[in-house]
Every structure is written in structure tokens, then in C-alpha cells.
Design a protein around this ligand. Structure first.
Ligand code: SF4
Length: 435
């Protein structure tokens, strides 16, 4: 099969060309039920969306081309993982609103599906039982539209990983706590087949998957192919990550006798060599979030693969807020443990066990501070940090300020901005790609 590489020039024609070059609609029948699966996994009203979630610009273009083709039964589906400020509205709905995909659906009269709400079909993936959206399994033609991004656990998050969004919330967690993330991503892609993958590379994200830590760059690229393996191999290579070092791709290659030899892939359009970047995927949360705020004496080491994105994103936000409100402070050797993989050697009031997994993994500790939840809420996390690490006057000041800001955010009159987000004010980041 063919992988197309096309420079995105803000026109529908660039998307059309990408699909035509790889014959992406060759197997599409206009009577098919078509499901578009963007990567809209985080609710991100306050977070810069660049490189983190699929643009509504590309989704709008895909819908237009499907309508031109004569398709009538088109849906867009996603199962978002988490809210940010402990909101009541369903996360997926917030996510669609946050990217502008809700407006695309409204404009063309297309159905939006929240995978979190079911129906589900139970699958056995190598002995691990998971629930997968029936809508994803039952569709005739699945268009998988991920973003061009790195991932701090899986190295890249492209077509293969995007299908994790089709799982129920509990099954997403099971992917991590089973300690078989890569195998399960591989097996999931055997159960759900993508008929066409279109990697939205208008932006790409370094140190992904989200923009609390990750850094987005403008790329203006579309990568498309009916072959998800080849598409992800090319995408990873462009990000500067050796696809053979991405465990789920390696596992898939072994199971299906596929090769990582890029010179054997038929690539049409741009020259891949000129597009290759060198992006970093791995990061230590404390170094990325706390060090820039000049905070010392509070560590949050790399958690490995057993941390769900839900826990990871909430903790990253909590640390970002805590760092912003307490710059330059020294917390004298406090440490946060999270996920299933990290064990504390110390048992003191300066050790935080963040989330039910960390509590389970460190059962023997009596003095450590437990932040319960799966994942813990942002409010609970911030309160635990404030109570243990700040003196009373400082804690009350932070509480008061946070309460005022939270009300402002809920009313839509205040926007939280972290220093690392300043870069998104530049012209290269175009809000209209998400409106
Ligand atoms: S506690 Fe966190 S890491 Fe563990 S299953 Fe729940 S969300 Fe995932």
C-alpha cells in the first residue's frame, strides 16, 4: 500500500491530495456507515490544543470529502479520559466542544458518539478482558485521525494508539495496570481495523501527550494511508523516533511479518528525508514542571507505563498550579509516587502516594500521605499538597486565590495560563484550526 505525505496549505485540496495519493477511499462504498475517530482524548478548554488533539479543520475536511463522495451515514466518535476541574459535564462532550468538532457535526448534521456511554462489546485481548465501543466495531469504514505526537510512555501516539479511545474508561485503565500496554495496543488494532489513517500533522507535539508538559511545533503535514502499520512507521520516523523501538509496532511487525524498512514503503508526495525531526518523547514530570518554577525538594520521578493518562494529566495540572502559586520554594525532600511501578523506600509525611495504584503498591507504608482516587481529583490533590507542604498563612492565601480563580474559570471570565504556554501566542499557532 501507499503512504502519502502532503504539505498542508490550509486548503481542502491538500487533504484531498493526501487521500487520493494513497487511494484512501478505494474501498469506501458510499452506502457505508463511516466512523471518524479523532484524537480528542483530553478535555482541554484551558489547555492549548496544538499537537495534543486533532484539529477540527482536518475533521471538517474529511467530512466534506466524504459528503462529496456521496456518503450519508457519517459519525464522529471518541471516549475522552478526564475532565480537568472536576466538572460535571461528560468529558467527551467537553472535548468535542473544546476542539470545535461539535460545530463541525452541527454544520453537516453528523452524529457525535460518546464512546464512554456504551454500548460495549467485551473482547478478550490475550487474556485481558476489555470493553470496546460497539460503534467502533460495527462500522463499515473506520477513518482513524490521530495527531502527530510523541508520548512519554508509548514513545509515539499515532494511529495504533488512537484506538485506545474506543475502550470503556475502566478498560483504558486496565491497559496500564495489566503492565502490558504495548501488547494490548497491538491486539486492539487486530480487533478494530482502521480502513484509512490520516495523521493530522498541522502541529506536532514533543514530550506528549498533553501540553502541560509537551511542547507543540507547527509542521503543516498530512500523512495518510490505508495501511495503519506503514502510516505509523512513517509518522514515527518523521518525529525522529525509530519505529522499531516502539514496542507495540515491533510486536505487530513480529505477529504479521512486517518490515520496518522505510525504503520498501511506497511513499508518494513529499520527500520523507526532508521532513524528519528529532523530537524528545521522555520526560521527568518534576524537572519539566517544578524546575522551571524554581521549586526544589519535591520530586515526581518517571512513572513508567503503569500510569494511566487520567492520573498523569491530573497530576501534571496539579503540579503546574502548585508550582505557579509557590515559585522558588524548597520543600525539603518531599516525593510523589504514582502508578503501579514506583515504590517508596521512606515512610514519612513527606511521601505522597498519589492514586489508588500507588497506595496499593506501597501498602506497608503507615505515615505516607495517601491521595485516594482513580484518578484522584484535582481539588483533592491540591489540598493534600497544600496541607502537607505549606505553612498555614500561605495555604489559606493559596486556597482563597484558587477558589476565586476556579469560580472565574467556571463562569468563563478567567483563563488559567502557565508560563510555558506563552509560545502559543505566536502567529504560527492558529486558533481557527480549532473553531
Ligand atoms: S489510580 Fe491512576 S494509574 Fe491507577 S488505575 Fe486509577 S487512574 Fe490509572
Amino acid at each position: 500500500m501507499t503512504v502519502s505525505l502532503v504539505k498542508f496549505d490550509d486548503s481542502l485540496d491538500s487533504l484531498r491530495k493526501a487521500i487520493e495519493l494513497c487511494q484512501g477511499f478505494e474501498k469506501l462504498n458510499s452506502h457505508d456507515r463511516v466512523l471518524i475517530k479523532p484524537n480528542n482524548c483530553f478535555r482541554h478548554k484551558i489547555m492549548p490544543p496544538y499537537g495534543m488533539v486533532t484539529t477540527s479543520k482536518i475533521i471538517d475536511g474529511v467530512v466534506q470529502l466524504l459528503l462529496e463522495y456521496g456518503c450519508k451515514d457519517i459519525s464522529i466518535g471518541e471516549g475522552a479520559i478526564i475532565g480537568i476541574f472536576d466538572e460535571l459535564e461528560p468529558y467527551t462532550k467537553q472535548g468535542f466542544k473544546g476542539t470545535g468538532i461539535d460545530k463541525v457535526a452541527e454544520k453537516y448534521g453528523i452524529k457525535l458518539i460518546d464512546f464512554n456511554e456504551g454500548d460495549f462489546h467485551e473482547l478478550d485481548l490475550g487474556g485481558v478482558k476489555v470493553k470496546v465501543s460497539r460503534a467502533a466495531l460495527d462500522t463499515d469504514f473506520l477513518i482513524n485521525v490521530p495527531v502527530l505526537k510523541t508520548h512519554f510512555q508509548a514513545k509515539v501516539s499515532l494511529g495504533f494508539k488512537n484506538l485506545k479511545g474506543c475502550l470503556s474508561k475502566d478498560s483504558k485503565k486496565r491497559f496500564h495496570i495489566s503492565k502490558r500496554l504495548d501488547t494490548l495496543i497491538c491486539l486492539l488494532n487486530e480487533a478494530i481495523k482502521s480502513d484509512l489513517v490520516i495523521i493530522d500533522g498541522i502541529y506536532m507535539l514533543e514530550k506528549g501527550p498533553e501540553t502541560l508538559v509537551g511542547v507543540a511545533h507547527r509542521k503543516d503535514l498530512i500523512i495518510a494511508s490505508p495501511d495503519i502499520f506503514e502510516c505509523d512507521v512513517v509518522g514515527a520516523a518523521i518525529l525522529g523516533i525509530d519505529p522499531a523501538q516502539v514496542d507495540y509496532l515491533r510486536e505487530f511487525a513480529q505477529r504479521h511479518n512486517r518490515s520496518f524498512d522505510i525504503s520498501a514503503i511506497q511513499i508518494k508526495g513529499e520527500d520523507i528525508e526532508s521532513l524528519k525531526e528529532q523530537l524528545e518523547w521522555r520526560f521527568e514530570p518534576d524537572k519539566e514542571i517544578l524546575t522551571p518554577a524554581k521549586i526544589t525538594g519535591l520530586s515526581a520521578p518517571y512513572p513508567g507505563q503503569t500510569l494511566c493518562s487520567a492520573c498523569g494529566a491530573t497530576l501534571a495540572l496539579a503540579l503546574s498550579i502548585f508550582g505557579k502559586d509557590n515559585p522558588g520554594m524548597d520543600f525539603g525532600g518531599a516525593a510523589l509516587y504514582y502508578g503501579l511501578g514506583l515504590k517508596s523506600e521512606r515512610d514519612t509525611q513527606k511521601v505522597f502516594l498519589y492514586g489508588d495504584c500507588a497506595i496499593r503498591s506501597n501498602k506497608g507504608l503507615k505515615n505516607a500521605i495517601r491521595i485516594e482516587g482513580c484518578p484522584p481529583t484535582l481539588t483533592k490533590t491540591l489540598l493534600a499538597l497544600m496541607k502537607a507542604l505549606l505553612n498555614k498563612p500561605r495555604m489559606f492565601r493559596m486556597l482563597l486565590l484558587r477558589a476565586i480563580k476556579l469560580i472565574g474559570i467556571r463562569l468563563g471570565i478567567y483563563q488559567e495560563v502557565f508560563p510555558r504556554w506563552e509560545r502559543y501566542r505566536s502567529k504560527e499557532f492558529d486558533k481557527t484550526h480549532f473553531s
